[in-house]
Design a protein around this ligand. Structure first.
Ligand code: SF4
Length: 205
């Protein structure tokens, strides 16, 4: 059974794509989790159309959630246009939306070939961007992006541009194998870009 949206800790998560330009070492997409603890099955046989996603979300009492989160078993910003259309469509139907967050690898501008950050203004409340390391070397070792080091620079540039448009921009790292010095460098990097750092705990297989 495909899952377009699912509840987790009081928030509603939306899964629009399994596509991604990275192959992170800890990614649930390719280490046999097949949906893991988050939902029965987040592997999509086909990506839902924006209309299918809207129908799904309209069956939910959106105001009852603490947050609406676009994440996915993949990189949600492949579908930036559809995410923004959904937010507008839900608001146009009078839905009481909770704060809207996108969990992203920050490669949207690289993937889509344009700066999408101005389009996020007034629609997206929080961006959570995976930082994963304080240097290109650390980043590439963890994320293995299709575009190599260009993806690191694109992620930093996206973060800085987004911080001017979106009220809350958070960069995340996973604490596993990170020294206090490395974490300090990540915190400084995030701060220099106008974001804040959030440290996530590693979830064992
Ligand atoms: S960016 Fe996210 S979805 Fe893509 S491989 Fe990394 S953890 Fe998985």
């Amino acid at each position: 059974m495909e899952t377009i949206s699912y509840e987790y800790e009081g928030a509603l998560y939306v899964n629009l794509t399994n596509r991604c330009d990275c192959a992170c070492v800890f990614c649930l997409r390719h280490n046999g989790h097949k949906g893991s603890i988050y939902a029965d099955d987040l592997w999509l046989d086909h990506e839902p159309t924006r209309e299918e996603a809207l129908d799904n979300l309209l069956t939910r009492d959106l105001g009852a959630y603490r947050e609406l989160v676009f994440c996915g078993f993949g990189e949600p910003m492949y579908r930036t246009d559809d995410i923004l259309w959904l937010v507008d469509a839900l608001r146009a139907r009078g839905a009481a939306l909770p704060p809207v967050r996108i969990n992203t690898n920050g490669h949207a501008n690289l993937i889509l070939g344009r700066d999408v950050t101005p389009e996020l203004k007034g629609r997206i409340d929080t961006l959570s961007i995976s930082l994963n390391g304080s240097t290109p070397e650390e980043y590439l070792a963890v994320t293995h992006p299709r575009d190599g080091e260009a993806a690191w620079h694109a992620m930093l540039d996206f973060t800085q541009k987004a911080a001017a448009q979106v009220p809350q921009v958070v960069m995340t790292i996973v604490d596993k194998d990170k020294s206090p010095e490395e974490i300090g460098r990540c915190r400084q990097l995030a701060q220099d870009l106008g974001a804040t750092l959030r440290i996530r705990s590693y979830i064992e297989d």
